[in-house]
Write a protein that binds this ligand. Structure first.
Ligand code: NZQ
Ligand code: ZN
Length: 386
């Protein structure tokens, strides 16, 4: 097992009715920015629950943080926070709103041009505005991690940043908020969480036995509940397990002491930046083809995954590994994913050239757990995904 430090300061507040606790979680004299997305919180009653709980606080509202949050949009909130001397931010929504708020939190007191946080990928260590979250879409784990992904419209780039100063102070996770999610978003959430586990698990055999078993149990639970929660998001038992799985998939725990990959995400982010394909759907396109192209370095772990998670009985490693990839694609299809770029756009033929050029410009010469996903392999993965 590799050496590690596990730091996670988020007060994770889970369950029915927990939104009412906001008043004990935000300092009484705080000036609060209430940040949200395109309005789902008005339709499902979450906005009312939040404002009822915060009666008596001085609140400024900032709506309109879009899916795949834009730098240009969140900079407007940065100005408001500076002008009004706001000292606490509450993000109410899915990963996009939470990620947007992480950026606002980091940008307000940033010395220099805030775009550098993204372009130069500055690690945020201090000088942030404290923020909490009310999660309404289980998927990203952003409610319990310190990462964020922001799109710069001007350059069509989707870039990530993070650091120990952008953990939420608290996150309220009430599974009842899942009930109003459109089926497509539930499907996205399951597949995003599933792929987060794969990025941290599907590498090569190592000595971290517990991390493997935790990762496998999250995958098994997602397979068990995924189709059901997509059909019936108001089933509390299913919604609760979905929410906790998505958090556990990316709150840092399963990545401690193990090698990690993350190339599926890096390539997938480009597909969202280019074609606005939902984040999870880019992962369903790229993941299986990455496992195919990187088969030689991943086959042992693929076979382990196949046997332990997918109940494959094949004893030959290569055959079990191939079967595991096929069964993964079957699960993605069952969860409503389409697995080709051409399912989303007709104009895809230059995609590989574009992505390879971009990665080369960024100096990304070797991605993945062994840094052996070269630009040429990225090309092969993307072309296989047409
Ligand atoms: O904007 P509103 O009106 O709120 O509607 C949203 C949005 O249209 C809707 N929604 C959310 N909760 C709802 C609801 N509709 C009805 N009922 C509810 N309870 O769902 C739509 C999608 O929301 P969004 O926040 O964009 O989805 P998600 O949580 O999947 O977040 C995706 C973003 O997170 C980034 C992705 O790249 C993408 O930008 N990621 C962030 C990560 C992180 N911070 O650690 C890791 C991930 O890998 C990912 O990259
Ligand atoms: Zn993701």
């Amino acid at each position: 097992m590799l050496n590690f430090e596990y730091y996670n300061p988020v007060n994770y507040v889970f369950g029915r009715g927990q939104i009412a606790k906001l008043t004990s979680l935000i300092p009484k004299n705080a000036k609060v920015l209430l940040a949200y997305g395109g309005g789902s919180i008005f339709n499902n009653g979450v906005h009312k629950q939040v404002t009822d709980a915060l009666a008596g606080y001085e609140i400024t509202e900032f709506g309109g943080i879009e899916p795949n949050p834009r730098y240009e949009t969140v900079m407007k909130a940065v100005e408001i926070v500076r002008e009004k001397n706001i000292d606490f931010i509450l993000a109410v929504g899915g990963g996009s709103v939470i990620d947007g708020v992480k950026f606002i939190s980091a940008a307000v007191k940033f010395e220099g041009d805030p775009v550098d946080i993204l372009v130069k990928r500055i690690r945020i260590l201090d000088n942030t505005i404290p923020f909490g979250t009310v999660l309404t879409l289980p998927a990203t784990g952003s409610e319990m991690n310190s990462g964020s992904v922001i799109t710069i419209d001007k350059t069509q780039e989707k870039l990530s940043f993070g650091g120990p100063a952008v953990f939420p102070v608290f996150s309220i996770c009430d599974p009842e908020t899942v009930a109003s999610l459109p089926k497509r978003q539930v499907q996205n959430g399951i597949i995003d969480a599933y792929t987060h586990v794969m990025e941290q698990y599907l590498t090569y055999p190592h000595d971290a036995l517990l991390q493997d078993r935790i990762a496998e149990s999250i995958l098994q639970t997602l397979i068990e509940i995924g189709p059901g929660v997509a059909e019936n998001p108001s089933d509390y038992k299913l919604a609760a397990n979905f929410m906790w799985c998505a958090t556990m998939a990316l709150n840092g725990l399963i990545q401690k002491g193990v090698p990690t990959d993350w190339a599926t995400h890096m390539i997938g982010h480009e597909l969202t930046a280019l074609y606005e394909i939902d984040h999870a759907r880019t992962l369903a396109i790229i993941g299986p083809n990455l496992y195919r192209v990187m088969f030689d370095t991943k086959k042992e772990k693929l076979a382990q995954y196949g046997r332990r998670v997918l109940n494959i009985t094949e004893t030959d490693t290569e055959k079990a590994a191939l079967e595991a990839i096929e069964k993964t694609v079957e699960f993605f299809h069952k969860m409503g994913m389409e697995t080709k770029i051409s399912n989303y756009t007709n104009d895809y033929e230059s995609t590989a050239d574009f992505i390879v050029k971009r990665f080369e410009e960024r100096g990304w010469k070797g991605l993945g757990e062994r840094q052996n996903i070269t630009p040429e392999r990225v090309r092969a993965i993307v072309e296989m995904s047409y």
